[in-house]
Structure formats: structure tokens, C-alpha cells
Design a protein around this ligand. Structure first.
Ligand code: SF4
Ligand code: SF4
Length: 385
């Protein structure tokens, strides 16, 4: 069972400008946000003495800092430094793609600069790779295996990066908690919840069970297009924060130019009354959201336009047939098998050194595209576009 953490449900979202990742600049903004979020929610500085604080950046995969796939290490370092200075025991943790063990986690930490960031701040870079089932009947009918440092923490600090996402449209605070599930077990959740809405609801459940009390989204440089790993970079120069991950995500989806219905987790959260219905009902502290609002390029997997308008006739089979599906670009594929290992329904085979997708088995979770290190998987419709 997870500790007694609970999300502070509030519609207050803090918006800060931040032009670069220079450590002193990041530290100033992150310290300011942490102070405000904690004090506004009754967590005085003395509260943190001897508490276990888990800092959870987005450490999706072993990718270089400048690719902006993971939370920038300056954010992790600043958050760790803040809570270490208050006398907390701080652990940096996540479960990246692939097998959940020390070798993977340390390799990701080295490449992304996160391990060094944690150590510079006097925090521990997680070495406990255990997990246990957690549930909370108040929020969800399901039980999830959650990694130990998140399960055992008194306080969870959720440090996301703002990116588009092939399956979920957007990854920010709520989606970042998917990394609480150990390694390849994440694929099992895709098989368990193959429909987009069911998956988005599961992500809301998981976020509620993890109960991150502090949420900060690194939107200094974001990703658009084929996120969360193969997209293009887009500078926004902002940081979003709040005690409530659902309100923070509503604000994030707005600045990316999504309507309130487009992002699955925001749609699910609104339906469940977890966040306001409209961005106008958020209490914005700091800069105005519209200073940053623009239209992010959508992932190729987002069929958009006409396909979405097709009514659910023939049991939705027509719409299904016209929707884009993952396709391997044979010239780019090197046959490494990473996509195969992350496919939840065993729809990928490696034939003659190239990946091959069985479209009859595929549930369009886009894990293969997310983890392919060669950007060799794209979403194509029946016309090959
Ligand atoms: S992960 Fe990418 S490069 Fe590796 S086998 Fe799959 S498609 Fe090919
Ligand atoms: S082939 Fe790719 S999109 Fe299809 S189920 Fe497997 S990982 Fe998901």
C-alpha cells in the first residue's frame, strides 16, 4: 500500500518564464515555484525535515540532453537541492523503457545527465529496483505495481517535460506517472487498456494512486510532431507548476493549442471532475497562459480532420481501417529489436534484420515508435501517407 499521500486538488497553476537551461536561472525559477506550491498547500519548510522525497523526472530513454526527450537535468538538480537543503532524504527515481534494473537506470542517468545532477545536489540516484502492488479503491478498481521509491515516499515531486505524444496527444504531469510502473510491465498496461479512452482513464487512476503533491513541467524547450521521442524541438520558454497535476495539464494542453477534448487524460480528468471544465476556470498565478499559447504540430498518428468525423458505423470498422497505423521505414531500421521488446501484444517480428509489424495484432499504442532509437517507425494511413 502506498503512503498516506493525497493530491491537493486545486485549480491554481503557476506560470513562469524561463529562457534557458543555465543552472542558476533554472534554480531561481524552480526554487520560487517550489516555495509557492509548498506554502500555498500547507507544507512549511520544517515539514520536510527527515521526510522521504522522491523526485520523478521524465527519463524515458537513454537520450542525450540536447534531444530534449527527458526532463532537463538542471530541473532535477534544482528540485533535489531545494529539498536536501530542508533536511529531506531525496531520491531521484523513474522507470525508463526497457528492463527495470540498475544497468538500464544508470545508463539512462549517465546519458541524460540526471545521475550527475542528483549527485551534485546531494540526492540519491535510486538503487532499489523493487516494486509492489498498490491500489486505492477510492480512485480505481485496478491495482498497479509501483516502484519502491515512489511507493515509500512521503512527498512526490513530479518533474515532467512538455511534449506531444503519439498515443496520448500530450505528455506532461499526468502521463509522467506512467513511469511509476516497472519496466516492461508498462507494455502490459497497453494490452490491458488497448482503447485510447480506457488508457487515459488508467493514467488518471495511476496519477491519483501515486498522488504527486508537487508538479513542475519543463516547457523551456518542448517537443512537437512525433513525440515523445522522435519529434522536433520547439522553444516555449516557460515553466508550469502546481499542486494538482490535472489542472497543470489542462493549462499545458491549452498552450499547445489543443481543445479541452483533444487530450485523452484531460478529457478523462474533466469528465471525472478532477480538473475544471475550462481553462478559464483555472487560477493562473504569474505570467498569462496566452503569452505562450500556440499550435503545436500534432503527431502523425493523430488522424485529425476527416477521419475523426466519420461516425461509428459498421462498429467503427471504417474509421478503424482509415486511421493511421505504425509502419516500419525499412531503410532506417537496423533490426535492433527494441520495438519488439516493447510491443505489448507481440505484433512485431524481426525478419532479415528488419522489423515487421503484424497489423492484425497491433493495438496502435505507438510504443514501438516511442522507443525506436532510429526513428524508423512512422504512422501511415491506407494510402501510404
Ligand atoms: S526499434 Fe527501430 S531500428 Fe530497432 S528493430 Fe524496431 S524499427 Fe528497427
Ligand atoms: S506494433 Fe507498435 S503500435 Fe502496434 S501494438 Fe506493437 S508496439 Fe503498439
Amino acid at each position: 500500500m502506498i503512503s498516506n499521500r493525497r493530491i491537493f486538488h486545486t485549480n491554481r497553476v503557476y506560470v513562469h518564464s524561463l529562457g534557458d537551461y543555465e543552472y542558476e536561472n533554472v534554480k531561481q525559477v524552480v526554487f520560487d515555484l517550489l516555495r509557492k506550491i509548498c506554502l500555498d498547500n500547507g507544507m512549511e519548510e520544517c515539514f520536510f525535515k527527515d521526510k522521504k522525497v522522491a523526485v520523478k523526472p521524465n527519463l524515458l530513454s537513454k537520450s542525450a540532453v540536447e534531444r530534449c526527450v527527458t526532463t532537463h537535468p538542471s530541473f532535477t538538480r534544482a528540485a533535489c537541492e531545494y529539498f536536501v537543503s530542508l533536511g529531506a532524504y531525496v531520491t531521484v527515481c523513474d522507470s525508463p523503457g526497457g528492463i527495470y534494473n540498475k544497468a538500464t537506470f544508470f545508463a539512462v542517468g549517465k546519458e541524460t545527465g540526471t545521475k550527475e545532477a542528483a549527485e551534485k545536489a546531494g540526492a540519491v540516484y535510486n538503487e532499489d529496483f523493487g516494486f509492489e502492488p498498490c491500489s486505492n479503491k477510492e480512485y480505481s478498481a485496478y491495482s498497479f505495481n509501483i516502484i519502491n521509491p515512489l511507493r515509500e515516499a512521503d512527498v512526490v515531486v513530479n518533474l515532467a517535460r512538455l511534449k506531444t505524444h503519439a498515443l496520448c496527444e500530450m505528455t506532461a504531469a499526468v502521463k509522467n506517472l506512467f513511469g511509476s510502473i516497472p519496466g516492461l510491465q508498462k507494455a502490459e498496461q497497453h494490452a490491458r487498456f488497448p482503447k485510447k479512452d480506457a488508457f487515459a482513464n488508467m493514467l488518471c487512476d495511476l496519477c491519483l494512486i501515486n498522488a504527486p503533491q508537487i508538479n513542475i513541467v519543463d516547457a523551456v524547450v518542448c517537443m512537437e510532431g512525433n513525440g515523445p521521442s522522435g519529434g522536433t524541438l520547439r522553444k516555449m520558454g516557460a515553466v508550469f507548476g502546481g499542486a494538482d497535476p490535472f489542472s497543470v495539464d489542462l493549462a499545458c494542453s491549452h498552450v499547445m493549442g489543443y481543445s479541452v477534448d483533444e487530450v485523452g487524460t484531460v478529457r478523462a480528468a474533466r469528465k471525472r471532475g478532477l480538473c475544471p471544465d475550462s481553462v478559464l476556470d483555472l487560477e493562473i498565478v504569474g505570467e498569462q497562459l496566452d503569452k505562450y499559447t500556440c499550435k503545436f504540430k500534432r503527431p502523425d498518428s493523430n488522424a485529425g480532420g476527416i477521419v475523426k468525423q466519420i461516425p461509428s458505423i459498421f462498429g467503427g470498422r471504417l474509421r478503424d481501417a482509415l486511421e493511421r497505423k505504425p509502419t516500419v521505414k525499412k531503410k532506417k531500421c537496423v533490426g535492433c529489436g527494441i520495438c519488439k521488446n516493447n510491443c505489448p501484444v507481440d505484433a512485431i517480428k524481426i525478419d532479415d534484420g528488419r522489423a515487421n509489424i503484424d497489423k492484425t495484432k497491433c493495438i496502435r499504442c505507438y510504443c514501438c515508435q516511442e522507443f525506436c532509437p532510429k526513428e524508423a517507425i512512422e504512422a501511415r494511413n491506407v494510402f501510404g501517407a
